[in-house]
Ligand binder design. Structure first.
Ligand code: G3I
Length: 409
């Protein structure tokens, strides 16, 4: 089915009756969806035949229309289950995902994974001690599972976007430590089995390689990182637990070196850290080359963790005509996509948003894969083609390394 068909299905799906999509069967959100809709299509086709033989032509046509809809659903879910050994992700926000059909359609067609941009941060989930507000995060999780998308939970312990009670000094260190672990356990308990991957701790290290002096560090010292990961693993032993940070794209930067040292120390002490998220917020003038990022990824995976590119955007800050700036952006995205694709332990590639219209950078930065009007930009093809999705502009011969679409080891 062509892209148009997927778009049609994607748009139709948005208003599909919940019953048609049902609760995903065990074995992952996509498993079985395609086969089930194929079976329903066959039943409807047989009924159309019976009515046609009896001369009930209008009824027969109605059954055939419903059968075609089921076939399209089967194609969509089959596509979701089949493509991408390496999922492409995007950060999405509750409000804009609900409001914008164009954003939803671009996300459904262009990505296999989502990260709630703000809805799973402490300020949103626990605005008062013991008072949890899951409505928006629940809606996003339901949306993801309805459309067979993986979910990255972001983020359980962060020095920003905290509720007042966590940062106004009312609690002493012991209570703050208890509240931090309670928050981690409560949130992960709610989404156990539905959110398979979490940014447990976000941005604990600063650009100079020192610990960020956030409220958790000031109260608990660097032990808060270990406590957060152990609480997370206790709450959901099946979840992949990530440390996520910005500014760690270059292998020998003090920030990257300090994060590597922290991860190595944690793992040496048996702390359940399974992955490192490289945010990769870069620009067309400041970014890591494919070789540098590949080396960074390799040095992390040698510590025994997987790596994900978790929040990429490429701000257009270079001079020149629009086409030239977009081409530079395409090359920056392609370099990162290739660096990830080449390493079997680079497990996903996410951008921090779907389209420029609602990027945290603001539309003028033009940092994402879809433009202000949700049209694909040249960078879209660079990323999608690298991960085995419908071919973009590039041809496989200029893609050295592992053959495209080869199963990941
Ligand atoms: O929800 C309030 C709204 O009620 C109010 O009217 C409005 C105006 O003040 O502010 C809204 O909150 C904003 C929030 O985003 C939700 O839109 C905050 O002011 C704003 O600071 C916050 O920015 C977020 C930023 O993290 C804060 O740290 C961005 O949306 C979000 O994209 C960004 O994401 C971070 C990742 O979590 C970690 N890595 C870096 C990345 C970019 O900073």
């Amino acid at each position: 089915m062509g892209v148009g068909g997927v778009a049609t299905v994607a748009l139709s799906l948005l208003s599909a009756p919940a019953a048609a999509l049902g609760t995903p069967p065990p074995g992952g959100p996509c498993a079985g969806h395609a086969a089930r809709h194929d079976r329903i299509a066959s039943v409807l086709d047989r009924r159309a035949e019976v009515h046609a033989r009896r001369g009930h032509l209008a009824t027969a046509r109605a059954y055939r229309r419903r059968a075609r809809w089921q076939v399209e659903l089967a194609h969509y879910y089959g596509e979701q289950a089949r493509r991408h050994p390496l999922p492409r992700g995007a950060a999405v926000a509750y409000r804009t995902l609900r409001r914008s059909t164009a954003l939803r359609r671009s996300f459904l067609m262009g990505f296999e994974q989502l990260t709630p941009e703000n809805e799973m941060k402490m300020e949103r989930l626990q605005p008062a001690p013991g008072v949890f507000r899951f409505r928006e995060a629940d809606w996003i999780v339901r949306f993801a599972r309805k459309y067979c998308k993986r979910i990255r939970g972001h983020t359980l312990v962060y020095g920003r976007q905290l509720p007042r009670w966590a940062s106004d000094g009312r609690f002493d260190a012991a209570r703050l430590g208890f509240e931090m672990e309670w928050h981690v356990r409560s949130v992960m308990d709610r989404y156990r089995g539905r959110v398979g991957e979490w940014d447990v701790v976000n941005e604990a290290i600063a650009a100079d390689g020192e610990y960020t002096r956030n409220v958790w560090f000031r109260a608990l010292g660097k032990s808060y990182v270990e406590r957060a990961f152990r609480a997370a693993h206790d709450a959901d032993p099946g979840a992949a637990l990530f440390y996520n940070d910005s500014g760690i794209e270059l292998p020998n930067h003090p920030h990257t070196v300090a994060v590597r040292a922290m991860i190595a120390d944690l793992r040496r002490r048996g702390v359940p850290v399974h992955g490192v998220g490289i945010q990769n917020h870069v620009s067309t003038t400041h970014n890591a080359s494919e070789a540098a990022l590949a080396k960074t990824i390799r040095k992390f995976t040698k510590l025994g963790v997987t790596v994900a590119i978790t929040e990429m955007d490429v701000k257009l800050d270079s001079p020149g005509a629009p086409a030239r700036r977009l081409e530079r952006q395409r090359l920056v995205y392609r370099a990162a996509a290739r660096a990830c694709r080449r390493n079997p332990r680079c497990t996903s590639f996410s951008t921090w948003g779907v389209g420029d219209r609602v990027s945290w950078l603001g539309p003028a930065a033009q940092g994402l894969l879809f433009d202000f009007g949700y049209q694909r930009k040249p960078a879209y093809s660079a990323v999608s083609h690298s991960f085995g999705s419908p071919p973009g502009r590039e041809t496989s011969q200029d893609e050295p390394g592992r053959p495209l679409g080869a199963p990941r080891l």
